[in-house]
Design a protein around this ligand. Sequence first.
Ligand code: AMP
Ligand code: MG
Length: 334
Amino acid sequence: MKIKISFLPLILGLFLGGCARQAYKDTRFLLDTVCEITVIDTNKTRAQEALETAFEEIKRIDRLCGYEKDSQVSQISANAGKRPVKVDPELFKLIEESIRISELTGGAFDITVGPLVSLWGFDKHNPALPPAGKIKRVLPLVNYKNIRMDSKNSSVFLLKPGMKLDLGGIAKKYTMRTVMKKLQGMGIKKAMVNLGGDIQVRGGALGKNPWKIGLQHPRKTDQLVTIFKYNDKTIITSGDYERYFFHNGVRYHHIFNPHTGYPTKGIISATVLTDGPILADALATAVFVLGEKKGLALIEKIPDTDLILITESKKGTKIILSRGLKNAKLEFSY
Ligand code: AMP
Ligand code: MG
C-alpha cells in the first residue's frame, strides 16, 4: 500500500505533463456581430464541445431577444396596443432588469427605443437622418413606463400601438454571462467570451498570464487606447464608432437619447469594467446618454465597477477615469 502511494505523485506528474493546457478558439457571426469564444483546457474534446455549446447558447438567446420576426421580443412588439404576450420567464426577467436600469438612470436607458432605432434605419443597416417631424411623432412611443409586466402570467404588454422593444443595449451582455455560466458548468475554468467587443474573462489565460484585452481607439480603428490585464473581469464598451453614418459632416450613431430622439453627443467611448451583476454591464449605454458628469456619478455609486470615458468637444479629446482606476497603472495612447 505504501509503495503505491509513493508512486502516485510521479504517475500523476507524467499524466499532467502529457496533457498541457491549450487555447481553443472559434469565431462566428451571430447576434448581428462577431462572436469570439476562447477556452483554455487540457482536454481537446471537452474544449471543442464547450465551444459548440457556447454558440448554441448564443443562438438560443437570439431566438428570445433578436430582431427576427419570430423572436419572442418581436412578438411582444407585433402585439403592441393589442394584447399581452406570454414569454419565457428568462426573457421576462431580462425585461424587468431593463426596466430597473431605466428607473436607475432616469430613463436614459430605455428598451422601448425600438421605433427610433427603426426610424433611423439602424435595425436594417441602412441608417439615414429622418425628417425632424417624424422623430417628433415617434417620441411618445418611447417610454418604458408604458410596458406592463404581469408576473403571474409571465406576460409583457406594450400599451401603445406602434411601440417596439429593442434589447440591443442589453442582450449581448446578458448572453455573455449565460455563455460563461454554461462553460463553467462544463468544467471549463479559463475562458474569454467576446461578443462584438463586450468581453468577459474568467480564470486567467495560458500559464499564469492574465487575459489581455485591448480597448479600441474610437477614431483610429487599427489602434488601441490601452490594454487591460485581468484574470477575471467583465469589460463593456459602447462607442459612437460601432454603428454610424455621416450627414453634412455630422456623425450620427446608434445610441439615442430617448428624450430627444437623436443620437447622443459628447461621449465617444464609454467602457464599464465590473465584477458585479448584470446591471452594471448595461450601464455603458446609459452613460452615453447621461453624459460625463451624471454618468460618472452613477458609476461611482456602484461597487466593484469602474468607468473609462473618452469625450470629444471643440476643445479636443479627454480621457476620464472613475476613482477606482486612478491607481490602476493604465497607460493610454490617444
Ligand atoms: P451598445 O452598443 O451596447 O451601447 O448598445 C447599443 C444598442 O442599444 C443600439 O444599437 C440600440 O439597439 C440600443 N439602444 C440605443 N439607444 C438606447 C437607449 N437609450 N437605451 C437602451 N438601448 C438603446
Ligand atoms: Mg456595444
